[in-house]
Design a binder for this molecule. Structure first.
Ligand code: GTP
Ligand code: MG
Length: 507
């Protein structure tokens, strides 16, 4: 193309080059492109929507072996519908209201799903909902989501609503075929692409960025399919690219595959690093307590209340936390535990998205204890609980962890005279610091149980490092000093393993 320079060293394979803010795929020198196209893999918008700065706090786990530049390259914003939407966005939400179908969602209503969609949209700066409609359908997963009549009415309504820039069809994934059908001259998103866009805006660490890039691959794949279906109709998709023996379609597929492999290998490196950090943490003998739950249920607020860690920033926003951060807190016996803040769950998200975040979620499996936080003020609280438990099941969280989960009922301050119907759950208000001592006691009881710890009164010689060792490896609650004798009796909560080491060291 006129005015464009491209990499002439690469004679066999197409290369990329920058044109303005876009990257375009170029054929080798001497080859003429007969048709211009905007293909998702090769058309990479370079605007950054994240600040790429420091994570929001805590001990975020990053791998120095991975080049920042490499990550940014892979995280470059790919031009798929949500990402390309910059500036003020006016969103029209279409909520399929599934009728009479065998697969009708029994537990939720179109109204509640709609509320969640509105909350998702409002998570984004400059995005606002201008209209929302529920449309009956029997076949939400099919190419024709809506019947002919309903589809026409809907299209009419979208056309009549002024300034619509995005239509959100609130299903988990729109198939490539239904996307084509739903092109109303504006961007059409499903939950998957919207959530990914939210993730993108909130991503801070390299790991989160890479996981998002990986989760975008299925979107790119289906977009590619759409574009080539379109090109095939015009007979231009199957042409060979000069001498390379590959058609344009094959080139695109290969580039996508290469991108995926690169991301996976970078994530693998981070995974190894994470494993190392985990084993280091285990060597410290601090019990690890993962705090999980549906998005916006108050996980970060709870950890902040339990630890007093000022770096934690709870937000009234879905998916505020995307990176695993670790925060030390003290239990009533002064024992230190590490609370892990995790990414929130959302219903009806495809497995691919959860799979992409598997490295982050892996930490949950390796904890000593899980706290499941629930927002009991939310009308969908029961469904949210089921969703979280299902995700945990799919993650194959070990039984020993599943059976010892502490369920916390949060935001009880929003319900007058809250009565906890489940006797094993603990009511709290993380925001107002209510119920936290009971929670800490429950955590301690579980941790003591799990670590096979016990309370001991150990006589120590103050001229030796015995006391400082016990402070480091156990939870010292009381020290009775006999100054004349230079000794003390230490009341300490200590694991069997640590006590074994103590005896080996000091007899
Ligand atoms: N009224 C009330 N609000 C709360 C309570 N706990 C948290 N919140 C609010 O709920 C919103 C979400 O809190 P976060 O702690 O960020 O929730 P999260 O679960 O970490 O959310 P994500 O990281 O986005 O998944 C914030 O506006 C908090 O102030 C509570 O006990 N009572
Ligand atoms: Mg959070």
């Amino acid at each position: 193309p006129k005015g464009v320079t491209y990499n002439q060293h690469n004679s066999m394979r197409p290369s990329t080059t920058s044109v303005g803010c876009h990257k375009l795929l170029l054929p080798p020198a001497g080859v003429t492109v007969t048709r211009t196209f905007a293909c998702s893999v090769v058309c990479l918008k370079k605007t950054n929507v994240f600040d790429g700065g420091a994570p929001t706090g805590g001990d975020t786990e990053e791998d120095d072996a991975i080049d920042d530049h490499e990550v940014e390259e892979l995280f470059q914003e790919v031009q798929f519908p949500a990402a390309a939407a910059v500036g003020q966005q006016k969103v029209f939400i279409v909520q399929p209201d599934v009728k009479w179908s065998r697969r009708k969602q029994q537990q939720t209503t179109a109204e509640l799903m709609m509320d969640e969609a509105v909350a998702l949209v409002h998570t984004l700066d400059h995005w606002r909902v201008v209209e929302k409609v529920a449309v009956s359908t029997k076949t939400p997963e099919k190419k024709r989501i809506f019947g002919k009549g309903n589809f026409q009415l809907l299209s009419e309504k979208i056309r009549q609503t002024s300034g619509v820039t995005v239509v959100l069809v609130n299903v988990d994934r729109l198939s490539a075929a239904s996307q084509v059908r739903l092109l109303w001259g504006v961007r059409v998103l499903d939950r998957y692409s919207l959530v990914l866009h939210i993730f993108r805006t909130n991503a801070r660490t390299r790991e989160a960025k890479l996981q998002i890039s990986l989760a975008e691959i299925p979107l790119l794949r289906s977009r590619l399919k759409n574009e080539f279906a379109d090109m095939d109709q015009q007979g231009s998709g199957a042409r060979y690219i000069g001498g390379s023996g590959e058609t344009l379609w094959e080139v695109q597929q290969r580039l996508l595959k290469e991108r995926e492999m690169k991301i996976r290998s970078a994530l693998e490196k981070l995974k190894r690093k994470r494993k190392l950090l985990r084993s280091r943490r285990q060597r410290c003998h601090f019990p690890v307590v993962s705090v999980l739950g549906y998005t916006n249920c108050g996980k970060t607020t709870l950890i902040k209340a339990l630890t007093g860690d000022a770096v934690l920033q709870p937000k009234d926003q879905l998916f505020a936390t995307l990176d695993v951060t670790v925060h030390a807190g003290q239990l009533p016996s002064h024992m230190t535990v590490l609370y892990v803040d995790t990414i929130g769950f959302l219903s009806q998200l495809p497995h691919q998205l959860i799979d992409s975040f598997s490295a982050t979620l892996e930490d949950i499996k390796h904890s000593d204890l899980l706290i499941h936080v629930r927002d009991v003020s939310h009308p969908e609280t029961e469904n949210q609980k089921m969703n979280v438990l299902n995700v945990l099941k799919n993650l194959e969280v070990p039984d020993r962890l599943m059976s010892s989960i502490i369920e916390v009922h949060n935001k009880t301050d929003l319900i007058q005279d809250y009565q906890c119907t489940d006797s094993s759950a603990l009511p709290v208000s993380a925001l107002w610091g209510r119920g936290l001592e009971t929670l800490k006691t429950a955590v301690e009881a579980e941790v003591v149980n799990l670590a096979k710890s016990r309370w001991l009164n150990i006589p120590v010689d103050l001229s030796t490092p015995q006391l400082s060792w016990l402070y480091r490896e156990g939870a010292v609650q009381d020290v009775q000093v006999n100054a004349d004798a230079g000794t003390a009796v230490v009341k300490v909560l200590i694991s069997e393993a640590a006590y074994g080491r103590y005896r080996k060291l000091f007899g």
